[in-house]
Design a protein around this ligand. Structure first.
Ligand code: FAD
Ligand code: UDP
Length: 368
């Protein structure tokens, strides 16, 4: 039986970053994933019509971290892309995040920047303490904009009211008084030029790395020999749900190809806060810049059951996670990394940053 230095469960951003760093420092790695592909939720592939799609929902790379950007740039070149989103209210589409243009179009106003700031000041509902996502939204844009753009979307996405979610969820969406209609304002906003999967292939292309797909950690762990383990799946599953299930939100993705439609919607994503069972529609060609006579879109339907996609940030879940984290800290030779194992609403760049930090601080790898 081969003895590996590390067995890594999960070949998404967390697992692949750890594998790459450890292999480069001379460790022998076996990385497995229960899915038949690498890349985790960021996996992309060509659909039957030849369009590059993201089977697990749209993934747009953005970061303020020069270090993460430089690290990933070793494995891909990039296509400049700034994501834009429109949200439907009363049958019309408006820029989101809410900005000056949103206010003027929605209310038939002609505000300049100072006027937009004064408008928010007039409608906002000040809060002594910002604890929940409702506090965040009401304190910045007030009741009407909350109802038009946030409450319904959040109810659909999480099955919860804004007031039941930690502040960090709605705080992901800024409010602007200018005309900036980009969804993200990070310094680096790019898509991997040949796609995420190609980037992952390069990360894992190392003689010290062996990959086994369609392989479940729990089914094979007893038959494998490794000095240490890095687990990037759901932390409650690792401990066999000892303290009960840690809630994760799931999604169902409805993919559709439209032949002979070169462009279906004006921007990459259109959100539907108060209409339809789905939250948003994304058209992949905007993200990838691909040229094709047809187009492919995905609708996202939030679900309570199914594959775990989102940790659900609220205080009682955080308390349950802490109990699992205490078990994790006492588990000899096993390290937990990534969005599901750390139960953090991480973006891709945050997963990479956390994995780099873990390999350096905990596993003694010299800085990337
Ligand atoms: P994952 O990508 O989930 O990888 C974990 C892997 O572990 C999976 O492949 C899984 O199959 C495997 N695994 C689990 N259990 C086992 C087991 N028992 N045995 C073997 N393998 C196992 N981030 C952004 O920065 N920008 C975006 O635009 C963006 N959009 C998103 C859209 C959606 C719909 C979702 C759900 C997420 C989005 N994210 C986005 C977040 C991004 O997907 C995550 O931050 C990132 O992919 C997490 O990487 P990870 O390695 O922690 O987890
Ligand atoms: N949100 C909302 N309306 C929108 C977009 C976002 O209420 O039109 C809220 C909602 O609670 C959502 C959160 O802001 O879950 C974060 O949105 P983001 O687009 O960052 O979610 P993700 O892409 O991670 O699903």
């Amino acid at each position: 039986m081969t003895t590996y230095d590390f067995l890594i469960a999960g070949a998404g951003f967390a697992g692949a970053t750890c594998a790459e760093r450890l292999a480069a420092s001379g460790k022998r790695i076996l990385i497995i994933d229960r899915r038949p592909h690498i890349g985790g939720n960021a996996f992309d592939t060509y659909d039957a019509n030849g369009i590059l799609i993201h089977p697990y929902g749209p993934h747009i790379f953005h970061t303020n971290s020069k270090r993460v950007f430089a690290y990933l740039s070793r494995f891909t070149d990039w296509r400049f892309y700034e994501h834009r989103v429109l949200a439907q209210a009363n049958g019309k589409l408006y820029p989101l995040p809410i900005n000056r243009l949103t206010l003027n179009a929605l209310y038939g106003l002609d505000l300049d920047e100072a006027g937009a700031a004064a408008y928010f000041e007039k409608v906002r509902i000040p809060k002594d303490e910002i604890k929940t996502s409702e506090d965040v939204v009401l304190a910045s844009v007030g009741e009407d904009l909350c109802e038009k753009f946030f409450r319904g979307y959040t109810r659909k996405q999480w099955g919860l009211d804004l007031s039941e979610l930690s502040a960090g969820v709605a705080a992901r969406i800024p409010t602007r008084t200018n005309d900036d209609d980009r969804y993200f304002s990070d310094t680096y906003q790019f898509m991997p030029a040949q796609g995420y999967t190609k980037m992952f292939e390069r990360m894992l292309d190392h003689p010290n790395i062996e990959i086994r797909l369609a392989t479940d950690f729990f089914a094979v762990r007893a038959s494998l020999s490794a000095q240490q383990i890095i687990f990037t799946g759901p932390i409650d599953a690792y401990f066999d749900y000892r303290y009960g299930h840690l809630p994760y939100r799931s999604l169902r993705f409805e993919h559709e190809h439209l032949s002979n439609v070169a462009r279906q919607q004006q921007v990459g994503t259109v959100n539907y806060p108060n209409d339809h069972a789905y939250t948003r529609i994304t058209e992949f060609k905007h993200l990838t810049g691909q040229t094709h006579a047809g187009t492919s879109i995905v609708r996202e339907y939030p679900e309570s059951k199914g594959d775990p996609y989102y940790p659900i940030p609220r205080p009682d879940n955080e308390a349950l996670f802490k109990r699992y984290a205490a078990l994790a800290a006492a588990e000899p030779g096993v390290h937990f990394a990534g969005r599901l194992a750390e139960y953090r609403y991480y973006n891709m760049d945050q997963v990479v940053a956390a994995a780099l930090a873990m390999t350096e601080k905990k596993l003694g790898v010299s800085p990337a």
